[in-house]
Structures are given as C-alpha cells and as structure tokens.
Design a protein around this ligand. Structure first.
Ligand SMILES: [Zn+2]
Ligand SMILES: [Zn+2]
Length: 423
C-alpha cells in the first residue's frame, strides 16, 4: 500500500475481535456510572482554541507542543480537543446546566487528539472515558468518584490497583507553598533538567511531576504541599480520607501528585496498575473548583477524571478474561434450493434478537460444520433433502452433540432452543 494512503502516524484502526473488548469496557462503564447518577454527555471534538488555552494553561506541554490547531475557512482558530474536561465545562456553562439540581453529574467517551511522539501504547488519536460532577464542594463527591472508579476497574477484572491521592491546595494556601518550593529549588537549580529550570518560573509545582531521574532525586526532600494547606483545604482532605476508609477504598498519600494541568485545585488523584510493563496511570483526575467561573459561569466547584481507553484495553486483553461469545446459530443448507427455506428461518430468528450465521457456497456438510465450530456457534440447524420432505429441521448442540428435530415453521421454539431456554 502507498505510504500516503496509509493511516497517519500515531493513528490506529480498531478492528475485531479487539472491538469487542472496547465495547465490553464501554458497556460496563455506562452501567456502573449510571448506578452513581452520571448521565452521558456528547460534546464536539472541535472547539475554539481559546477553550483549551484558557483552561489547560498556556505553559503546559499540551498547549505548548501537542495541540492540533488549525484555521477554518473563515479564519477561526479551532483545535481538536486534547482532553475532555474543558469541553464539558464549556458545554455546562453554555447550556446553563448549573440551573439543574446539584450535583450535576456527566460522563463522556470519545477520541482526543495530541501531537505526541508516537511510541508503544501512545497514539495521536486516543480515547478516554471521563466523568465530571459539578456544583458540590463536599469531599463526599470526591470519595464517591473514587469509589465508582474502584467498582468499574474491579468489574472489568483489573486487580493490583494503586490509588494515590493528594491535595494541591487552593488560591489561599498554594502561593505560600509555591514560595517555599521555589526557595528550596533555587539552591540546586543547576542540577535540574532544562524543562524544570523553565518550569521554575512559570509553574514550579510541575517540577515534582518531572520523570527525569536526576530531577526526582534532586527534589526528593522538597517541602510537601500537605504541610502548607489552609484549614479549609486540610479539613476537606481529612474528610475525604475518612470517607474512603469507611467505604474500604485503599489509597496511598502522594504529596508529589500535582498533575500537569493548570486548572486543578484541592484533591488530585491517580490510579495505576501494577501489571508488568505498565507503570503509567490508567486514571487521572481531581478537583477544579474555579474553572466554571473562568468560562463565565457561576461559582460551581467540580471534580472529575479521565480514563485512558487504550491502556485499559491492553490490560484487559493481556488478562484474556473477556471473550466474545459466538453466534447462537449456524445454519447449514445442503442444497441451494433449501436456502429459500433457510433464509426465512434466519430472518425470523434474527428479528427475534438472535445472532445467526449461515454457511455460504456449496461446501460439504463436514466443512460447514467445521466453519460453525470455528465461529463458536452454540447450535447448528441442518436443512437437507430428508428434512425438507419431513417438513422439519435437524438441530445439533455443538458443545455436547445433542440432536433433535423441530417443525420448519416453529420459529418460537427454535428461538427458545437457541437461547438455551426450555422448549
Ligand atoms: Zn487552601
Ligand atoms: Zn526535570
């Protein structure tokens, strides 16, 4: 295939049987998020560039280097969304959703776009499942969200989860910490990487986020934010931990968990798995109590998270616990003429909600049975000369070879049989 006809670098197709795992994860998320009162929201993949610059922050990696930004034909600067929260907040304010009873809870799924260096497991179009709860600043909502994430991740079979939490303070207490941190960093600034030296002026907290080993080493005994929290922030954080304890959610405190986006305030969290070769976070989130106001909305505290789909799919695939079931029926017609009867049966059974397949071509019974087996079908129906003469179909349950007959027009019992109900 010609290079320029292939999918662009960093963009991937999702094809069967992998799509089944995607659907399985999304289905479970929908089901479990609903139990917690989250409603689905669908926002565009394109927004005015300002939506992201103002919320994520001008001096973040995303805005500086990773956005797909372009001018449309009328010269407007638009951007393919690099994350979901900014769009959801824009939607929340624009549609006046804050007039609904609080908390207003929403979730979304869909593709995000970042111009990152493509590497294993990282894509320029990647998918997230995210959720946001607005209008309540009580730590109970933070705890509830972490509880929901725990339910979801264990439901899809992930174990060995490591949940880390932190509080990065508010406008009242963070400046004091920022100052203390800057004072600490200044003495050894030459020992830090170029990015960190740049961050020192603009956003020193992000130095704690740096993955360069020498930076981690150099900042290992930096002052921690939790020692600087104001009374409100520390009471909020204390209450959150109490709720988590009461719900038996395991967590660790990580005072270095500062998150790379500017809009976070108070609680931040990350969930990582301890599966081999995957130290990266599967979930990241936190509070952003001031963002709605930034968008011209009322004062509406909020908390949310995003889950990386590709990572989850990879983990679930590796565990090999989710298998797509095969069709309920594989129909075999031993002669082209009998197919006229066969397709009528197929139509009725499919209409009643069953997944049915049929063998094509003039291959032998033996090779069609092989196909049925390979497709993972539960039953085969066989229509041959004897069956047509007697006005019945022959059925066989593939798992145990059990056989029998049903009248050619007894669709109701055919459906029951395939659904494994008693006839
Ligand atoms: Zn505070
Ligand atoms: Zn660094």
């Amino acid at each position: 295939m010609k290079e320029r006809l292939r999918a662009p670098k960093g963009f991937q197709d999702v094809i069967p049987p992998k799509t089944f795992i995607w659907q399985h994860i999304e289905d479970r998320a929908r089901k479990i998020f609903k139990n917690y009162g989250f409603h689905e929201i669908r926002v565009p993949v394109v927004e005015h560039t300002d939506v992201f610059v103002r919320s994520i922050g001008e001096n973040t990696d995303i805005v500086e280097k990773e956005m797909y930004t372009f001018n449309d034909r009328a010269g407007r600067s638009l951007t393919l969304r690099p994350e979901g929260t900014a769009s959801v907040v824009r939607c929340y304010v624009q549609n006046g959703l804050y007039t609904m009873p609080a908390p207003q809870r929403y979730f979304y799924t869909g593709p995000m776009f970042r111009y990152e260096r493509p590497q294993k497991g990282r894509f320029r179009q990647f998918y997230q499942i995210g959720a946001e709860a607005f209008g309540v600043d009580a730590p109970y909502i933070d705890a509830e969200i972490l509880c929901m994430l725990n339910d979801f991740l264990s439901d899809i079979g992930l174990d060995g989860l490591n949940c880390e939490i932190n509080s990065i303070g508010c406008n009242k207490c963070r400046p004091g910490y920022r100052q203390a941190l800057k004072a600490y960093l200044l003495s050894g600034l030459d020992g830090y990487c170029e990015d960190c030296r740049r961050r020192y002026d603009i956003n020193p907290l992000r130095v704690l986020d740096c993955k360069v080993p020498s930076c981690i080493e150099a900042s290992s005994d930096a002052p921690v934010i939790t020692d600087y929290l104001c009374d409100d922030c520390s009471a909020h954080f204390r209450k959150l931990r109490k709720y988590l304890d009461s719900m038996e959610i395991k967590y660790e405190l990580n005072p270095r968990l500062v998150r790379g986006l500017d809009y976070y305030t108070g609680t931040t969290f990350e969930i990582t798995t301890v599966h081999p070769g995957s130290q990266n976070a599967v979930v990241a989130g936190g509070r952003y109590d001031k963002l709605v106001e930034e968008f011209g909305g009322p004062s509406a505290p909020a908390v949310g998270f995003a889950i990386g789909m590709e990572r989850l799919v990879e983990l679930v695939s590796d565990m090999d616990i989710v298998k797509e079931p095969g069709p309920g029926l594989f129909l075999i017609c031993l002669n082209e003429e009998y197919r006229l009867t066969g397709i009528r049966i197929l139509r009725k059974l499919r209409f009643s909600g069953l997944w049915c397949e049929m063998g094509f071509g003039a291959s032998s019974l033996r090779s069609q049975l092989k196909k049925a087996d390979r497709a993972g079908a539960r039953y085969v129906f066989i229509i041959g000369e004897d069956e047509i003469k007697a006005g019945r179909i022959k059925y066989r349950r593939l798992s145990n070879g059990e056989e029998g007959y049903l009248p050619l027009d007894d669709y109701e019992n055919m459906a029951r049989l395939i659904s494994d109900e008693r006839i």
